[in-house]
Ligand binder design. Structure first.
Ligand SMILES: CC(C)(COP(=O)(O)OP(=O)(O)OC[C@H]1O[C@@H](n2cnc3c(N)ncnc32)[C@H](O)[C@@H]1OP(=O)(O)O)[C@@H](O)C(=O)NCCC(=O)NCCS
Length: 288
């Protein structure tokens, strides 16, 4: 998971660059000529900058990891791009200063320092993408209510609202009605909903499969709330619920028209296309 990866890089990076700081102190303490000579001034400067930038970038990784884990996380593709840029910056910025300080020429740092501007541009890009991604997630639904994601108990009024929603969004456009047996089946499933105030705006169900995986079923976002990231947030929420219950494989049957939506969320299609509820579908899966 991307958020955890950045938290790991951040904390291990902090350890690494704090150790580098100790190393630099030791060079001072033992009055090592290679570091303290007059002509080593560019080396001292470059390595101090490597230490400072490495420590700062490690903290940026931690903050980025926490942001990705929060409900304000940018959407998956933006997060993946920002993540790659941040990785590049973490190699190029401190790496460039370290190399630049290793081979100094007279009063100038070595050629390695040329990596630094590329690292700076990568960091700029990562921060810009994240800042813009946050803005679009804050604009989530255009509703005065914040979107609340939570479980729906079977048999309650909220459950009835979810049946109405699924029928309206998924079945009625195909001129189908839910069969009476579906209610019995629903009893065994986990129902999740996205609410704006009291209004249910999206729902889905999770079903435990025999092989320990989970199947996501009947994802429906109300018509006036589609394409406003509600589906993304509900699917991501369902993944965190599944993970918290110890499941690591999510599967689903996607309508052909929704395959691209799930691909954006990291799902991949497998097997041959097939027809379900009268429309073409693809089986899709994701390792959580
Ligand atoms: C498909 C559905 C669940 C997606 O939820 P949503 O809230 O509308 O989607 P989001 O706003 O979170 O979309 C995220 C991204 O996927 C894209 N997307 C959404 N629906 C899409 C679709 N049907 N086809 C292609 N891309 C789609 C969005 O444009 C957006 O792209 P971006 O990241 O570049 O901005 C919802 O539109 C829906 O309920 N549709 C009708 C019922 C249905 O098809 N359910 C799925 C059954 S398998």
């Amino acid at each position: 998971m991307l958020a955890l990866r950045h938290l790991r890089i951040g904390f291990w990076g902090l350890l690494l660059f704090l150790s580098l700081g100790l190393g630099l102190e030791a060079l001072h303490g033992f009055k090592v000529a290679f570091y303290l000579d007059l002509e080593s001034e560019p080396r001292r400067l470059a390595w101090r900058l490597a230490h400072a930038h490495g420590t700062l970038l490690s903290l940026v990784h931690v903050v980025f990891g926490l942001t990705l884990g929060s409900r304000h996380a940018p959407e998956a593709r933006t997060a993946a791009r920002a993540s790659r840029l941040l990785d590049a910056a973490t190699l190029l910025l401190p790496g460039g200063f370290l190399l630049g300080g290793l081979f100094v020429h007279g009063g100038d740092p070595g050629l390695g320092v040329l990596l630094v501007p590329f690292g700076a541009v990568a960091l700029f890009g990562a921060v810009l993408l994240t800042a813009r991604g946050l803005a679009s997630s804050a604009a989530t639904t255009g509703s005065e209510h914040e979107l609340v994601l939570r479980q729906i108990a079977f048999g309650t009024a909220e459950y009835d609202a979810s049946v109405v929603m699924r029928t309206r969004v998924l079945r009625a456009p195909l001129r189908l009605q839910p069969s009476p047996e579906e209610r019995d089946e629903d009893r065994k499933l986990l129902h999740l909903g996205a609410f704006e105030g009291d209004r249910l705006v999206a729902c889905l169900m999770l079903q435990e499969l025999d092989d320990g995986a989970v199947k996501m079923r009947q994802v429906a976002v109300d018509f006036d709330r589609q394409k406003q990231r509600v589906g993304t947030r509900l699917v991501q929420y369902s993944e965190s619920v599944a993970r918290a219950r110890g499941f690591y494989d999510m599967r689903l049957h996607a309508r052909d028209t929704a395959v691209a939506f799930y691909e954006r969320l990291g799902y991949e299609a497998y097997g041959e296309p097939f027809v379900e509820v009268t429309v073409p579908h693809r089986a899709m899966k994701k390792r959580l």
